[in-house]
Ligand binder design. Structure first.
Ligand code: NAP
Length: 330
């Protein structure tokens, strides 16, 4: 079968299309003929070699989520899965293939009106956004800032905060065009990457003068050197939850700024979907798939590319061109 592997750690050109033997489902697994493969930031981190110290080696097949049709089951799995359309989490790899395996606990049937492409756009990111907001103890009426809102997690966080009755949903983004698209998804205020009104607003200098000066909740996909400056944008009792680090690690002394504002009783947390119990993640994903199939949640697909164009997909990610998610099809 056709597959994409990380032949050489480094840039996107290190990805290569290869022919691999089709896998057999192990006990407890299903085999899926893939129809859509989600391309995520973690795939790029693995491709770079940054996680080589954690046992990832060249030859690794990236890709954590796929959707398609179950074609076979391993021992111990209900054979009635065969022929059903499912979404699947494949783990830290194994997704960039024509035939993927997944543990049966990690698959979910697709509602009739949800496409495979939409499922891999929503599947992983929607759960991160939902539980990230829950981790921040977000409550209706509160003001929310989504930092790095133009990616698949941010897009979901904006929609969920708006649906959840947020008093305001501000976003950071790098262009006015993206700001407009985020407004269509529920953002009420558009800020530039530094959190100032402007850049992402209604034009080069289109300041968003009505934006709140402080937020009850910040969902941060970005982290990096600018993270401490966003502590200043938390209201008293405000909560910042970091769900991603697309700009890298914050400065080592990042907590100093929060300590300096001791009397504001602010909170800082990280959040990883790895800590969500399987049954809870499954319940939320089921609800989100149903909401998306009814048109109540929007999936934003940047582009659908053939599997063999994975290098191009990663180049587009590296260039910061992607709004939403790139999906590969075999
Ligand atoms: N918590 C979890 O369980 C979990 C699960 C999966 C993935 N992740 C993490 O989530 C992140 C990927 O999420 P994603 O796919 O939604 O994000 P993404 O699309 O990679 O990035 C989100 C947005 O951040 C902005 N951005 C990029 N670089 C920036 C920089 N240097 N400074 C400021 N803004 C920047 C860009 O928008 P603009 O150009 O519009 O500013 C970009 O569209 C990764 O860190 C990944 O490891 C976490």
């Amino acid at each position: 079968m056709k597959a994409v592997v990380i032949r050489t750690f480094g840039g996107p050109e290190g990805l290569a299309v290869v022919d691999l033997p089709a896998p057999l489902p192990a006990p407890g697994q299903v085999l899926i003929a893939t129809e859509a493969i989600g391309v995520g930031g973690v795939d790029a981190v693995l491709r770079s070699g940054a996680l080589a110290a954690y046992g990832f080696v060249e030859g690794h097949v990236p890709g954590s989520e796929v959707a398609g049709v179950v074609t076979a089951v391993g021992d111990g799995v209900d054979p009635s899965w065969v022929g059903r359309s499912v979404w699947a989490f494949t783990g830290t790899g194994g997704g960039y293939v024509e035939q993927a395996t997944a543990r049966v606990e990690e698959i979910l049937p697709l509602p009739a009106r949800l496409s495979a492409v939409d499922a891999v756009t929503l599947g992983g990111s929607g759960v991160v956004a939902h539980f990230g907001l829950a981790h921040a103890h977000f409550a209706p009426g509160e003001s929310v800032l989504v930092r790095g809102a133009a990616g698949s997690i941010g897009i979901m966080a904006v929609q969920l905060a708006a649906r959840g009755g947020a008093g305001a949903v501000a976003v950071t983004t790098s262009s006015a065009e993206r700001g407009e698209r985020l407004r269509e998804l529920g953002a009420t205020h558009v800020l530039d990457r530094s959190g100032e009104g402007g850049g992402g607003g209604g034009g080069a200098a289109g300041e968003d003068r009505g934006a709140p000066s402080g937020y009850d909740v910040i969902i941060d996909v970005v982290a990096g050197a600018s993270l401490p400056a966003f502590f200043d944008r938390l209201n008293p009792n405000g909560r910042m939850v970091v769900v991603g680090a697309v700009a890298g690690q914050p400065p080592a002394d990042f907590g100093t700024r929060m300590m300096a504002a001791f009397q504001k009783s602010m909170s800082f947390a990280t959040f990883s979907a790895a800590t969500v119990p399987g049954s809870a993640g499954r319940a939320v994903r089921t609800e989100q798939f149903a909401a998306a199939s009814r048109g109540e949640l929007r999936t934003v697909v940047h582009e659908v590319l053939p599997l063999e164009r994975a290098v191009l997909a990663h180049r587009k990610m590296a260039a910061g061109e992607v709004f939403g998610r790139i999906v590969l099809t075999p």
